[in-house]
Design a protein around this ligand. Sequence first.
Ligand code: FES
Length: 104
Amino acid sequence: MSSEKRRNRHPKAEQNHTFQIEVDGKKIVARAGQTIAEAILDNGLKVFRRTRNGAPRSFYCGMGVCYECRMIVNGAPNVRTCMTPATPGCKVVSQDESLMKVEW
Ligand code: FES
């Protein structure tokens, strides 16, 4: 078996695969296996959403509990980006809750 074939079979090989995702209209690089939140933080972005009062919010727990990382992903609001894998070409938008109509 050639060394290249052996390298591609290694579990770490997939982590070297990169692709682009779009965050607020800006293309950023993500690695295979990363969550959207990890890709955003790796690219130096910090604000994930804004509250109804306009306060900026960011990633906090990283395990799906606090919901601070929720964003609009491919048109779906309130997606926890710390729990959602980045996929090639996905479109992510910061969630501005001052503009959202909330019904209780
Ligand atoms: S960072 Fe807490 S749910 Fe995502």
